[in-house]
Design a protein around this ligand. Structure first.
Ligand code: ATP
Ligand code: MG
Length: 427
């Protein structure tokens, strides 16, 4: 893509009053446009990142046999009355509209999906099933001040599983845990499986996937070796205690909850009336689990973890582009400028031929300093520079966003170099 055609522009200044790092960088670099607190539009660069995160999540959901659907945002009040959540619990943060009848904007979809499934699942032979969607959710969050970390309108992946037995549910719950670790690793994040409140679903714990970050709104007590972690809200241990698994000293830290999985038991199937006939001929409520990933929150979390004083440092797997190509026009001579532009275009074509996603900064009115600053702000993992000096050596300069030192590669050797180095960063 040609940067000269990109309708968004970078901004030097931070948006007024904004304190959250991800909100500042994503707006300055032109990934997101803030409509109001907790409500964002995804601009071309931002949408590319969101789609890449979605792709990773989808692949891992397909790997655990998830079937994708897309439920409606508008939800009938009658369903929520059945579970008692219209006014209580999550119902308190539901946006409600009054038309002919009262409806809610979906903050989550247990009620709705259980009601759908009720119409199709009748026998133990129909179970288990795993159903997920990626969709915009709405919640009246009172403190939407941390950019994409807490939206009032945000994107979530929600998976729901339906089982005939507790043991079958438990096996799947473990399987999803593994898939979740993979999702977060592929997004360049280290997630910590954390025990959290049962929130009325279970006498035991639910499980959160927490990423350590000063921007986090949660506090966790965790084992630095990864054997144990509890949300401070329910923690039976504190920092300095010995890890109950390995004896290591526990630490405490701020963290961002990027995912949450819940054993739902029969809470929803019972109240909505989702029953199946078991082998023994008896009618039983379906055993359920649900599993959320904050897709847009992930985008914010990635920025919180991967940035420096100059801007974002995207992991290759979710970066809007693989390479940022910069042509630096230093000469005043028309012939030299044309020569450079031709060379840069050639490099652009070589990159495209290798299936490398390139943002080509072909802007004519920008100084090298401005181009470098924009490249650092936007944070694409590889920067390739074409300049007069490089051109004399038939070379380009390649620098990784997270490294200080640049390398020089002959234009002729560029395809081989890309094949060897770039592909490695794709997960
Ligand atoms: P939190 O405790 O942070 O408010 P939650 O426990 O209410 O979140 P869940 O209902 O478990 O959230 O939602 C599943 C996932 O969706 C969360 O793990 C989180 O990653 C994401 N999420 C929840 N609320 C928001 C929000 N307001 N903005 C962005 N992502 C969110
Ligand atoms: Mg949660």
């Amino acid at each position: 893509m040609l940067q000269s055609r990109l309708f968004t522009k970078t901004k030097r200044e931070s948006p007024k009053g904004e304190k959250s790092v991800n909100a500042i960088l994503l707006q300055r670099a032109g990934f997101c446009y803030k409509e109001m607190a907790g409500v964002y539009t995804y601009l071309p660069l931002g949408l590319r990142v969101l789609r890449k995160i979605e792709r990773i999540v989808r692949e891992e959901m397909e790997n655990v046999s998830g079937q994708e659907i897309l439920m409606s945002v508008l939800q009938p009040k009658s369903l929520w009355l059945k579970t008692g959540r219209w006014k209580e619990g999550i119902g308190e943060v539901m946006y409600k509209c009054k038309g002919k009848e009262e409806i809610g904007l979906g903050p989550t979809h247990e009620e709705m999906l259980t009601d759908i499934v009720r119409n199709y699942i009748h026998s133990f032979e129909d179970l288990p099933v795993y159903i997920y969607q990626i969709q915009t959710k709405f919640r009246k969050e009172p403190r939407a001040r941390s950019g994409l970390i807490r939206g009032r309108e945000f994107e979530m992946k929600d998976l729901y599983s339906f089982h005939q037995s507790e043991s079958d549910f438990k096996k799947y719950y473990k399987k999803v845990q593994k898939a979740y670790f993979k999702i977060f690793r592929r997004c360049g994040l280290k997630a910590i499986l954390t025990e959290a409140s049962g929130v009325g679903f279970t006498k035991g714990y639910t499980h959160e996937f927490q990423v350590l970050s000063a921007a986090g709104e949660d506090t966790i007590v965790y084992c630095p070796k990864g054997h144990f972690s509890q949300n401070k809200e329910v923690a039976k241990f504190q920092a300095g205690d010995n890890c109950p698994v390995c004896g290591e000293k526990l630490l405490q830290g701020k963290a961002i909850e990027v995912g949450n999985i819940f054993p739902l038991g029969v809470k929803y199937s019972q109240s909505i009336g989702a029953f199946f006939q078991d082998r023994d001929g008896k009618k039983k409520p379906i055993i359920m689990g649900c599993y959320g990933v904050g897709i847009s929150r992930l985008m914010g979390a990635i920025v919180e973890v991967h940035h420096d004083g100059k801007g974002i440092i995207w992991p290759g797997s979710v970066s809007p582009f693989d390479v940022h190509l910069l042509s630096l026009q230093l000469s005043n001579k028309m012939s030299q400028r044309e020569k450079l532009e031709k060379a840069a275009k050639k490099v652009y074509r070589i990159l495209q031929k290798q299936n490398v996603d390139v943002l080509y900064d072909d802007r004519k009115n920008k100084s090298p300093g401005e181009k470098f600053a924009d490249a650092d702000l936007i944070g694409i993992p590889y920067r390739i520079v074409v300049s007069d000096r490089m051109l004399r050596k038939q070379s380009v300069e390649i620098k990784r966003r997270d490294k200080k030192i640049a390398r020089f590669v002959k234009i002729k050797q560029l395809p081989a170099f890309l094949r060897k180095n770039l592909r490695l960063n794709k997960t």
